[in-house]
Design a protein around this ligand. Sequence first.
Ligand code: SF4
Length: 237
Amino acid sequence: MKIGGIQKLTLIDYPGFTACIVFLSGCNFRCPWCHSPELVIPEVISDHPEISEKEILSFLDKRKGLLDGVVICGGEPTVNRDLPQLLKKIKDIGFKIKLDTNGSNPAMLGDLISRKLIDYIAMDIKAPFSSLKDIQKYTKIVGVKIKLKEIKDSIKIIKVSGIDYEFRTTVIPSLHTKEDIKTIAKMISPAKKYFIQRFRPNKNINSYFHNLSPYSENFMDDIVKEIKVFFDTCESR
Ligand code: SF4
C-alpha cells in the first residue's frame, strides 16, 4: 500500500465528526475528469512523495481524543489488499472510520463491514447502471470497462449493512444530463442520503476538462427538487 497524503483536519468530510483524511494511492478507474492524478496515474504516483504507515499511525496516536475519525479515500482504497490490516490498526487506536469508495469491490466492502472495520461509507455512483446502454455510459465516465454487477452488489451490501452511508454523484457537464441523475436516483431509491456534487475543473486527468465550466447552482438545485422525494436527505454540494 502506498499512502499518498494526509489532510490533518476536516470538519466537513465525515458528517457529524472531526476527522483527518488519509489518501491512498492507486485506482482501478480512470475517470477522465478526476482531479487527483497524483493518486491515480502510476507515473504521477511515482513522482509524488509517499508517507509511511508508521508516520500515519504515530500522527493518529497523538490525535487520540482530539479527533473523532479518519476518512480513508484515494484513489480507490479497496484496490489495496492490505486495507483491512491498516483499518484494524486505526480502529485499535480508537478512531471511527469513514471509507470513500467507487463501489467496484463488493467482496472487500462486505468483509470490512462484517469485521466492523468501517463506521460510514460514501459510495460514488458514476452513472446509471441497469441497461446495456448504461454500460457504455459508465465506461465512458470511468474510463475503463467495468462490471456493473459489482456496482449493484456494493449498493445492496451498503443498504443492508446497518451502518451509516451516503451515495453521491459528481455531475459532469458534457458527460451527465439531468435525466441521467434522475435515473440514478430512481435506481438507488429508497436510500438514506444522496448528494450530487458540482464538478471542479482543476488538474483533471484529461486536459479537456481543465476549462470546462461546472453546471450552475440553479441547475443542481433544480435536480435536487425533482429527486429529493426518493431520499431521507438529498442535497447539492
Ligand atoms: S474520480 Fe475516483 S474513481 Fe475516478 S479515477 Fe479519480 S480516484 Fe479513481
